[in-house]
Ligand binder design. Structure first.
Ligand code: URA
Length: 203
């Protein structure tokens, strides 16, 4: 789909990456999850969310009866920032046209943004210059927001980044509640009932 991205040299991150991490999952998925950027494991394997954060993301999906094969998973940045530092504004500007192509190709009904960067990017209607005006994830998580991107409407639900739950277990009950919202929203906008909701503590 965005095969040219595999050889992208548009920014400095191309000099230090091992692999471009484009995404994984179904290209006709109803649900798109967007993280931040590849880490060490993702850079080595060329796939998103294969490390510790990926284990938590799999748990989030299990809570609502899904697996990573039922959804599509991508990131804001396709290449690993050295030492996992935060994405820089110019990297976001240069890299996100790939993500916009993915969104337009997949046309998901529901987009779950994982953490601050993808939430700010999507809620700014994919305008990196307006990301600063969007609130943080602790204010926005679990809310359903309608966003129009290039004339198509998406239901967007910001969620805590799965890595945040590694360090802060107290977010688990908020995450359970946010996943109830994800399940209800997916069922409403896809017309497909999901399995009975579980709790993160069961995984
Ligand atoms: N964190 C992310 O945001 N994305 C990944 O692919 C892995 C960890």
């Amino acid at each position: 789909m965005i095969e040219e991205a595999k050889t992208c040299t548009n920014c400095e991150l191309s000099k230090t990456r091992t692999n471009v991490v484009i995404g994984k999952g179904r290209e006709d998925a109803e649900i798109l999850l967007i993280g931040e950027a590849p880490g060490r494991n993702e850079d080595e394997q060329g796939l998103p969310f294969v490390g510790a954060a990926g284990k938590n993301l799999d748990k989030f999906l299990s809570v609502i009866g899904l697996s990573s094969e039922d959804v599509y998973i991508a990131n804001i940045l396709k290449c690993r920032p050295p030492e996992n530092r935060d994405p820089k504004p110019d990297e976001i500007k240069i890299c996100t046209p790939w993500l916009i192509k993915q969104i337009e190709h997949i046309k998901p009904r529901v987009i779950c943004t994982l953490g601050n960067y993808s939430t700010k990017f999507i809620l700014s209607k994919c305008d990196p210059d307006h990301m600063k005006s969007i609130g943080g994830i602790s204010a926005l998580h679990g809310k359903v927001v309608t966003v129009v991107i290039n004339q198509t409407e998406y239901k967007v639900i910001p969620l805590y980044h799965p890595a945040a739950l590694i360090y802060n277990r107290s977010l688990q009950s908020q995450m359970d509640e946010d996943l109830i919202t994800v399940k209800k929203t997916v069922e409403k906008y896809t017309g497909t009932p999901l399995a009975k909701q579980k709790s993160l503590s069961e995984f």
